[in-house]
Design a binder for this molecule. Structure first.
Ligand SMILES: Nc1ncnc2c1ncn2[C@@H]1O[C@H](COP(=O)(O)OP(=O)(O)O)[C@@H](O)[C@H]1O
Ligand SMILES: [Mg+2]
Length: 467
């Protein structure tokens, strides 16, 4: 399913607005209804009081005369007001014709002079009714009240009114409110949608720029000053990624061009030797000499290819290091075993003074590291020179009495294919990869390697073992 930020925002915001609006409408509706009912109650009470004045008692006879003006309101088929005059015992004395054969229910009768209200619902219409309880004295005995206890008559007036008009008004009001809400919601959704689009346009701009970068060239960048502040970080992150990508790309290109260049030399060497050897018939000794030359080039080629393979495996993260506990002394002894024939050939004395330590690392990797460094110490040494291996705990030092490395070359010796000028001209058969392999292997195992050197005096390689 396609996820749309805009749709999600519009949806959740609409829901929110709808909820707020619904609550608001509910409160408004309840409030308005209360006010309307209050007004209705007031008019009902006025009416009840007025009607009560029409009740007269004379010599025990109760009379109730409706004036002509009131008749229109309570009589006739279209009348919307009703009343019932009862004795406070409940007995009906008079009923407005508008009620027909219906009557109001008689629930609790309030105290004398008091009122109570109730609402009745019947077939879809609402009626509001007031109960008004009042008492009248007999007119005839009023004047004699000084001598006789005056008889009092209690009445209950129930005056009611249809709420149809008010309900209609409230219904219409709610209808307007809902219409307004829908319009507001539509407008709001449109507005949010527009706003989201506007804020996304910045991201679109960035992604357009990113497309350009990948298609055209890697030096193109997103200008972080020209995007919204909120997106500045994204722009910077993108630029960083492209910086690294570009660097990796260039390193790769450089590596390939170096590799092809380095491979060309031994291959053209072999080609040349075979051509010369085959030019005419040669003696047995000559063939052997040519084959030895070819063997040298092939050995070099094989070393080179092995190193390149190792490095590219590391680049791709395919070089699996098997971490285990290693003994420094064992590793040094293994390395010396490999390297001593070359040392003997060059008359170079190797001394070692190792206080054994154990550390965690890959055995083959450390053998490779020490062989590479010892190989250099022998190769770039003088006739009858020396190599000393010693350690202080995890810090291992390999010193030699060799030709040294010029100051300008020193910072570059860990780079791939880098060889100091003096080594290039010498026939050492180096590849320029030994130190970079050592460097990368040791960094990968969280150790460290440093090199110090003085031309003509010698070189000191310091290895910090991982702990
Ligand atoms: N012990 C050393 N004495 C003098 N120069 C050295 C020594 N170790 C390394 N170098 C210089 O550093 C360069 C890089 O070394 P390395 O990566 O092992 O390549 P190489 O295949 O040439 O030995 C060498 O070509 C050499 O110029
Ligand atoms: Mg080397």
């Amino acid at each position: 399913m396609n996820r749309s930020l805009r749709a999600r925002l519009v949806f959740s915001f609409s829901i929110l607005v709808l909820m707020v609006f619904f609550l608001f409408a509910l409160f408004l509706y309840l409030g308005i209804e209360r006010i309307v009912i209050q007004r209705v109650d007031e008019t009902l009470f006025d009416k009840a009081r007025y009607l009560s004045t029409l009740v007269k008692v004379e010599e025990g006879r109760i009379s109730f005369t409706l004036s002509k003006i009131d008749i229109g309101e309570f009589i006739g088929p279209a009348a919307k007001s009703y009343f019932i005059l009862r004795l406070d015992t409940g007995e009906i004395l008079y009923k407005s014709p508008s009620l027909g054969n219906k009557e109001f229910p008689l629930n609790q009768i309030p105290g004398v002079g008091k009122v109570s209200y109730f609402t009745i619902y019947e077939n879809g219409s609402k009626k509001r009714v007031v109960n008004y309880h009042f008492a009248k004295e007999d007119e005839l005995f009023k004047d004699l009240s000084f001598f006789l206890p005056v008889k009092k008559y209690g009445f209950l007036l129930q005056v009611g009114r249809d709420l149809r008009l008010e309900s209609d008004i409230i219904k219409r009001f709610i209808f307007y409110l809902i219409t307004l809400a829908i319009l507001a919601l539509l407008f709001m959704a449109l507005l949010i949608s527009k706003m989201v689009e506007l804020s996304l346009s910045s991201i679109k701009k960035i992604s357009y720029k990113v497309k350009l970068i990948s298609e055209k060239n890697l030096s193109e960048r997103v200008d972080p000053e020209r995007v919204d502040v909120e997106l500045k970080e994204l722009a910077i992150a993108i630029n960083d990624t492209f910086d690294r990508l570009k660097m990796a790309f260039e390193r790769q290109k450089e590596f390939i061009s170096y590799v092809s260049h380095e491979l060309r030399t031994p291959i053209s060497g072999i080609k040349l030797i075979t051509e010369i050897a085959l030019r005419k018939k040669r003696s047995q000794e000559d063939y052997i000499r040519y084959l030895r030359d070819i063997e040298k080039s092939v050995n070099h080629l094989s070393r080179l290819v092995n190193s390149i393979l190792l490095l590219s495996r590391m680049d791709m993260g395919r070089e699996h290091l098997k971490m285990e506990e290693l003994s420094l002394l064992d590793i040094i002894r293994d390395a010396l075993h490999i390297i001593s024939p070359i040392a003997e050939e060059k008359n170079i004395k190797i001394e070692y003074n190792i206080e054994n330590v154990r550390f965690i690392g890959d055995k083959d990797a450390f053998l490779e590291i020490f062989v590479n460094i010892l190989d250099n110490a022998i190769k770039y040494n003088k006739e009858k020179g020396w190599v000393k291996i010693s350690n202080k705990g995890f810090e291992v030092v390999i010193e030699d009495s060799g030709i040294g490395i010029p100051e300008k070359d020193l910072p570059h010796v860990f780079e791939r294919f880098y060889r100091a000028e003096a080594s290039r001209s010498r026939k050492t058969g180096g590849t320029g990869l030994g130190l970079s392999i050592a460097y990368e292997l040791i960094k990968r195992q969280h150790g460290d390697i440093k090199i110090e050197s003085r031309v003509g005096e010698g070189t000191k390689v310091i290895i910090i073992l991982p702990q």
